[in-house]
Design a protein around this ligand. Structure first.
Ligand code: GRF
Length: 204
């Protein structure tokens, strides 16, 4: 399938997905890397990898809806089968979600439904949790609420800081998890029922 990847930062998840494709572990073609940040370092990775890129800055738009409509139009022009959010740090309104309904995936660095929103690692540490992790989920208008495709978890250690935990979640969990979850979706091992819930291996 054709995928558009949206990033805002370093693009470590983009890199993981691209490398899984290059290794033949994920059957997909990245047709566009789009960012809301003109200087997102991940755009540099994409360009070096020869991937088409575009950056659309929100400051050029009057409001969220006009931004999301412009972004949706540019993404739709790449004719994606799936839209993959990879460290995309902007809330997307229905103006973006509706045209790609059911075909937008996100990775969130927590064991959803715990810790929706930001600062997930600090919140897990503050709560004294023994485990933490990341979740790949389908995107619906409500933030970090869509059905979960896959999750990965790690133990929190006594000497973990927000930084060591964030780095370990990304390197040990997110990097392998995203490509595996996308393969589940692209190879229809996980499908969405008309009730919006996900079913694995066709058992409904
Ligand atoms: C990752 O933890 C991702 O889960 C979150 O943003 C962080 C940075 O991602 N959404 P990246 O390095 O830009 O891929």
């Amino acid at each position: 399938p054709r995928i558009v990847v949206l990033i805002s930062g370093r693009g470590r998840n983009l890199e993981a997905i691209h490398q899984a494709i290059e290794r033949g572990e994920l059957n997909a073609k990245i047709v566009l890397v789009a960012s809301n940040k003109t200087r997102a370092p991940g755009l540099g990775y994409a360009r070096l990898a020869g991937l088409p890129t575009v950056a659309i800055a929100p400051r050029a738009f009057a409001d969220r809806e006009s931004y999301d409509t412009a972004l949706a139009r540019r993404v739709a022009a790449a004719r994606p089968d799936w839209v993959v959010l990879a460290g995309f740090m902007r809330v997307l309104s229905d103006a973006f979600i509706a045209p790609f309904a059911g075909r937008i995936v996100n990775i969130h660095p927590s064991l959803l439904p715990k810790y929706k929103g930001l600062h997930t690692h600090a919140r897990a540490l503050a709560a004294g949790d023994t485990h933490h992790g990341a979740s790949v989920h389908l995107v619906i208008p409500a933030l970090d609420e869509g059905p979960v495709v896959r999750q990965g978890r790690i133990r929190i250690t006594a000497d973990d800081t927000e930084q060591t935990l964030a780095d370990r979640v990304l390197d040990r969990i997110e990097r392998p998890l995203y490509a595996a979850a996308l393969a589940d979706l692209f190879e229809a091992r996980v499908t969405a029922g008309d009730d919006g819930a996900l079913y694995r291996d066709g058992n409904r």
